[in-house]
Design a protein around this ligand. Structure first.
Ligand code: FMN
Length: 315
C-alpha cells in the first residue's frame, strides 16, 4: 500500500503523509513493539457466528475501527475529505473530521449523509468566540462527539518536509473550515484580509490561529467540556494524544468521556477508555495487521491501561 501511495501521490503529499519526526526512532520503536505482540488462541470455542460489530458513543458500527482525523486531504486527491467521509459511511465506520481539513464542515456532513457516524476533532484556537462557532457548526451538522487534540502544538522536525518547504497551509490549502466560518472571516476582515481574494493570507492566518506553538493547559478543559456539552446537549468529549497514565487519570478525574492514546504520526496502537478501540484506518497498517490489531491490541491495551488506572483486580 505504501509503495502504491508513493507512486500515486505528489511529492508534497507523499512527504506530508509518510515523514516521521527526527530520526524516526519512535516510529521504529512503535513498529517493533507492535510486532512483539503474540496471539495464543483458545481452541474449541464456537466461532461459527462471528461479528466485529460494536457500539461507540451509542452508534452501532461495523467494527471497532474509526477513521482518524487527517488534515488537508486535498493534497492527496481533489475530492478531499468528502470522498473519505462517504466511504466511512458506506463501511458504517465512524469518521472524524480534522480542524485542518480541506473541506468545509457542511460539505463533509453532506458526503457522510444523514445517518453517518461522525466526530469532530478540534485544534482549539486561542479565540473562544471562534471555538464556539466551530463547535456550533459541527453540532448542527451532525458531528456528535468532540475530540480535542493535545499533542500537536507544533509539527515535528520532518526532514523531507523541511527541505522542500512542504507546508500546504501556507499555500492556501487546509483552511476550509476557517474560510467558511463567520467568526474567522470577521477576524480576517479586521486584519485587512479579504478571505475570498487573498486565500493564501487567510490560510496562513487560519493555521496560525488554530495550531502554531501556543499550547493550552488543563485549566481550560472544564470550559471546553462545558461549552461542548452545552451546545450538544451532553454529547461525548474526548482528549486525543494522551500517552501517560498520569494524564489518563486526570482525564478520568475531570469527567472526560474518552481518550485516544497515540503518538501523532508514529503509527502506534491507539485506544479509547473504556472500551478500547484501534483508532486509525488511515495509517499504513495492512489488512492482516489490522485484524491483528482488532484481536490483540484491543485487549492488550485495555489490560495495560486498566491495570494502571484501577489496579490489576479490575482487568
Ligand atoms: C498525514 C497525517 C495528518 C494528520 N492530521 C491530523 C489532524 O489534522 N488532526 C489530528 O488530531 N491528528 C492528525 N493526525 C494524527 C492521526 O489522527 C493519528 O493520531 C496518527 O496517525 C497516529 O496514529 P497511529 O498512532 O495509529 O499511527 C495526522 C496523521 C497523519 C499521518
Amino acid at each position: 500500500m505504501e509503495e502504491r501511495a508513493k507512486e500515486k501521490l505528489s511529492e508534497g503529499g507523499w512527504y506530508y503523509a509518510s515523514s516521521n519526526a527526527g530520526m524516526s526512532n519512535t516510529h521504529l520503536a512503535n513498529r517493533q513493539a507492535f510486532y512483539r505482540h503474540r496471539l495464543i488462541p483458545n481452541q474449541l470455542i464456537d466461532t461459527n457466528n462471528r461479528s466485529t460489530r460494536t457500539t461507540i458513543f451509542n452508534h452501532k458500527v461495523s467494527a471497532p475501527i474509526g477513521f482518524a482525523p487527517i488534515g488537508i486531504n486535498k493534497i492527496y486527491h481533489a475530492t478531499g475529505e468528502a470522498a473519505v467521509a462517504k466511504v466511512a459511511k458506506e463501511l458504517n465506520l465512524p469518521y472524524c473530521l480534522s480542524t485542518a481539513g480541506s473541506t468545509s464542515i457542511e460539505e463533509v456532513a453532506a458526503a457522510n449523509g444523514p445517518s453517518g457516524t461522525r466526530f469532530f476533532q478540534l485544534y482549539m484556537p486561542h479565540d473562544d468566540e471562534l471555538t464556539v462557532s466551530l463547535l456550533t457548526r459541527a453540532w448542527e451538522n451532525g458531528f456528535d462527539a468532540l475530540i480535542l487534540t493535545t499533542d500537536t502544538w507544533q509539527l515535528g522536525w520532518r526532514h523531507d518536509d523541511v527541505a522542500s518547504s512542504n507546508y500546504a497551509f501556507y499555500r492556501g490549502f487546509g483552511a476550509d473550515l476557517g474560510l467558511t466560518d463567520p467568526v474567522f472571516r470577521k477576524r480576517c476582515v479586521a486584519d485587512g484580509i479579504d478571505p475570498d481574494v487573498d486565500v493564501v493570507a487567510a490560510s496562513t492566518k487560519w493555521i496560525d490561529s488554530v495550531w502554531h506553538g501556543r499550547a493550552w493547559s488543563w485549566e481550560k478543559i472544564p470550559w471546553l467540556m462545558e461549552t461542548w456539552r452545552g451546545i450538544s446537549g451532553g454529547r461525548p468529549f474526548v482528549i486525543k494524544g494522551i500517552q501517560s497514565v498520569g494524564d489518563a487519570r486526570k482525564c478520568v478525574e475531570l469527567g472526560v468521556d474518552g481518550i485516544v492514546v497515540t503518538s501523532y504520526k508514529m503509527k502506534e496502537d491507539v485506544v479509547k477508555h473504556p472500551p478500547c478501540i484501534p483508532w486509525d484506518l488511515s495509517s499504513d497498517y495492512g489488512a492482516q495487521t489490522l485484524s491483528h490489531l482488532l484481536k490483540n491490541t484491543h485487549e492488550k491495551a485495555r489490560f495495560d491501561l486498566d491495570a494502571e488506572l484501577h489496579g490489576p483486580q479490575r482487568c
